[in-house]
Design a protein around this ligand. Structure first.
Ligand code: C2E
Ligand code: CA
Ligand code: CA
Length: 566
C-alpha cells in the first residue's frame, strides 16, 4: 500500500466533503491506491434516503444496492471481504465493507490489515460527518411527512433571494386547508396522509424558481410568491384537484384553502412578521369574516393593535374590579310586570364605560372570555345577595356564557361553586348561551346545559335564529326559554319574512313547551306586533337600556312598566 498516496487521497476527500456533496467519483483515488475493488457504506444512518423535492434527486448522489450505499465498484473481487463494525447501545452495526481484487488473499495483506481498518474508519468518519450534516439540515429545513420545505427553509430562502431580487416584488400567502378533517373522517387517516402528500407536491408545482412553498405543519402552508403571480395563486388555491389516489380510482378530490396575504412594502420587512400578518389575516377570514381571501392592510393592523391593547389591559382591569354587570329589564308586555333581567358586562375604565362589542370578541379570540364570564357571574350573584340583604325580592337574573366555556374543565361545577359562594340558590339564575352547529360542540353543549338544569338553573338559548341549524338542534337541547334575536324584531316593519320567522319560532317553542322572549324591542308598535303573534315577553330599549345597580334597584322596587295595549 502506498501510504503517502492513501493519506493524500483521504485528506482530499475530507476537504471535498466540507465543500460539497460527495459522489462516487470522489472515492476513485483512494480505492485505486489500494487493492480494493468494491467499497460499500452502510445505510443505517439514513444516508441517501432523502430526495430534494424541487429536483426529485437524492440529496446524496450515491447509488444504493441491497441496503448499502456503493462508494466504489470496479473489477472482480476475490473471496476476501472485510467487514468493519461499531457498537451503539450494545448493538453491532456494520459501517463499511471492503472487497479486494481477484487473486488477493488474506495472507498477502496480513501486515496491512490494521491500515485497512484505519482506512475504513477514516472513510466512515468523513462520510458520517457529511451524512449527519445532511440529516440535520433536512430535519431543519424540510417537512418530514411530505418532504417539501418547511417554514425555516422559506425564511432562509427569503433572505437569499432578496439579495438579488427586490423584496417589494414579493407577497406572503398563509393558507389553511378547508375542512381537511372531513377527508380523514370519510376515508381514514391513512388516506388523509396520502392526500396531504399529493397536495404538497401539487402546490409546490405552483412555484417558479424564485418562489417558495412551505408546509408549516398541520394543515397550514406558507407561500412566498411574486406579486405579479399573486392573483393566479389566489385563484388556484381556491380549487385544487387531487387525483390518482389509490382509494379513489378515476375520481378526484377538490381541495381549497382559507388564505391570508401580506405584501412586502419595503426592503427591510421582516419575513417572520410578514408570515405572522398573513396568518392573522387568514384566521380572521376563517373565523370571523368567513372570507377565503383576506389581505393584511392598515385596518387590520389597527384591529390587531386594539386587540393587543385589550389583552394587555384585561388582567389588571379584572383585579381592579373594572368589569361590572349592568342590568336590563325583561318585561311582560301585557301587564307591564318586571319578569326578569339580563346581566350585561360593562368595562369602567378611567371613568368611561367601554361597551362589550369593543372587547368581548377580542377576549373570546384570546381565550380570556371564561375569566370575564366568571367575573360577571360572581358580581351578578353578589348583586342578588345585596338585594336579598336589603329585603328586596329580585326577579330571576340571566347571565351570558360564551361557548368557549364548554371546553373549560369542570365548568359546570365552577359555576355552581360561584353561586354557592355568594349564598344564593341556583333558581335565581338563568344561563344564556348561543346555539351551535359545530359538531364538536353539540355534545358538550347538551351535557353542560343538562347539568346546570339538574341543579335548578334555567336555560335560555340566546340570539335564536342566527345560527344555522337552530331548528334541528333545539329538539336536543333541553332549554326553558328561546330569546328571539333582535335582528328579527328590528326587521318586523320592513320585511314580511321576519314576521313569518318569528311566528314559526313561537309555534316551535310552544310545541316544545318553552317560553319565548323577544330581544331588541324599541317601539310600542314592535311590541304590539309581537303580542299579536303570541310573544308577550320583551327586552329592549322601549322599556330600558341596561342600567347600573342603583337604577335597576329602583326599577325592581317600583315594579311597573306601562302595559302595551294590543
Ligand atoms: P346579547 O347577549 O344579545 O345582549 C343583548 C344586547 O342587545 C345588549 O348589548 C343590549 O344592550 C342590546 N340591546 C338590548 N335592547 C336593545 C334594543 O332595543 N335595541 C338595540 N339596538 N340593542 C338592544 P350589549 O350590552 O352591548 O352586549 C352586546 C353583547 O355582548 C351581548 O349580546 C352579549 O353577546 C355580549 N355580552 C355582554 N355581556 C357579556 C358577558 O358578561 N359575557 C359574555 N360572554 N358576553 C357578554
Ligand atoms: Ca344575552
Ligand atoms: Ca341576545
Amino acid at each position: 500500500m502506498d501510504y503517502k498516496k492513501v493519506n493524500n487521497a483521504l485528506r482530499k476527500l475530507s476537504d471535498t466533503a466540507t465543500k460539497r456533496v460527495l459522489c462516487p467519483a470522489d472515492f476513485v483515488d483512494i480505492c485505486k491506491s489500494v487493492n480494493v475493488c468494491k467499497m460499500y457504506y452502510d445505510i443505517d444512518l439514513g444516508y441517501g434516503r432523502y430526495t430534494n423535492p424541487r429536483t426529485n434527486k437524492l440529496i446524496i448522489s450515491n447509488d444504493i444496492k441491497d441496503g448499502k450505499i456503493i462508494l466504489y465498484d470496479e473489477g472482480i473481487s476475490s473471496d476476501l471481504k472485510l467487514k468493519y463494525t461499531y457498537y451503539y447501545d450494545d448493538m453491532e452495526y456494520v459501517h463499511a465493507f471492503i472487497e479486494f481484487h481477484e487473486g488477493i488473499k488474506k495472507e498477502d495483506l496480513e501486515l496491512e490489515l490494521d491500515l485497512y481498518q484505519f482506512l475504513a474508519d477514516q472513510m466512515y468518519i468523513i462520510v458520517s460527518r457529511q451524512n449527519i450534516r445532511f440529516m440535520l439540515d433536512y430535519a431543519e429545513n424540510y417537512d418530514i411527512q411530505t418532504s417539501i420545505p418547511n417554514i425555516y427553509y422559506l425564511h432562509r430562502f427569503y433572505h437569499l433571494i432578496t439579495k438579488t431580487i427586490d423584496a417589494t416584488e414579493y407577497a406572503v400567502i398563509f393558507a389553511n386547508l378547508r375542512n381537511f378533517k372531513y377527508i380523514n373522517q370519510t376515508f381514514g387517516v391513512r388516506a388523509g396522509d396520502n392526500v396531504m402528500i399529493k397536495l404538497a407536491h401539487t402546490v409546490i408545482e405552483l412555484a417558479d424558481k424564485e418562489e417558495c412553498v412551505s408546509r408549516m405543519g398541520g394543515d397550514n402552508y406558507v407561500f412566498l410568491v411574486k406579486k405579479a403571480h399573486l392573483n393566479e395563486y389566489i385563484e388556484k388555491l381556491q380549487n385544487i384537484k387531487i387525483s390518482g389516489l389509490d382509494f379513489l380510482p378515476n375520481k378526484s378530490i377538490d381541495i381549497s384553502f382559507w388564505t391570508g396575504i401580506s405584501t412586502v412594502e419595503d426592503d427591510d420587512a421582516n419575513i417572520k412578521s410578514l408570515v405572522e400578518q398573513a396568518s392573522v389575516a387568514c384566521s380572521l377570514g376563517k373565523q370571523q369574516l368567513k372570507k377565503p381571501v383576506v389581505f393584511y392592510d392598515s385596518d387590520l393592523a389597527a384591529m390587531m393593535a386594539h386587540s393587543r391593547n385589550i389583552t394587555a389591559m384585561f388582567r389588571p382591569a379584572t383585579e381592579n374590579h373594572e368589569f361590572v354587570p349592568f342590568f336590563q329589564p325583561k318585561v311582560n308586555m301585557l301587564t307591564g310586570e318586571l319578569i326578569g333581567m339580563e346581566a350585561l358586562c360593562r368595562w369602567k375604565h378611567d371613568g368611561i364605560f367601554i361597551f362589550p362589542d369593543q372587547f368581548i370578541p377580542v377576549l373570546d379570540r384570546q381565550g380570556l372570555i371564561h375569566e370575564l364570564d366568571m367575573t360577571i357571574l360572581k358580581e351578578t350573584c353578589l348583586a342578588i345577595r345585596r338585594w336579598l340583604d336589603m329585603g328586596i325580592e329580585p326577579p330571576r337574573v340571566s347571565f351570558n356564557i360564551s361557548r368557549k366555556n364548554l371546553f373549560v374543565p369542570d365548568i359546570e361545577q365552577k359555576i355552581l361553586d360561584i353561586v354557592k359562594s355568594c349564598n344564593i340558590t341556583t333558581d335565581r339564575l338563568e344561563t344564556e348561551i348561543t346555539e351551535t352547529a359545530r359538531e364538536d360542540e353539540i355534545d358538550r353543549l347538551i351535557s353542560f346545559l343538562s347539568k346546570l338544569k339538574q341543579n335548578g338553573m334555567q336555560i335560555a338559548i340566546d340570539d335564536f335564529g342566527t345560527g344555522y341549524s337552530s331548528l334541528s338542534l333545539i329538539h336536543n337541547i333541553n332549554a326553558d326559554i328561546i330569546k328571539i334575536d333582535k335582528s328579527f324584531v328590528s326587521a318586523l316593519g320592513r320585511d314580511s319574512r321576519s314576521g313569518v320567522l318569528i311566528e314559526t319560532i313561537i309555534q316551535i317553542a310552544d310545541r316544545l313547551d318553552m317560553d319565548v322572549i323577544a330581544e331588541g324591542v324599541e317601539t310600542a308598535d314592535e311590541g304590539r306586533r309581537l303580542i299579536d303573534m303570541g310573544c308577550i315577553n320583551a327586552q329592549g330599549y322601549y322599556y330600558s337600556k341596561p342600567v347600573d345597580f342603583d337604577t335597576i334597584t329602583d326599577m325592581i322596587k317600583n315594579n311597573g312598566f306601562k302595559p302595551i295595549i294590543s
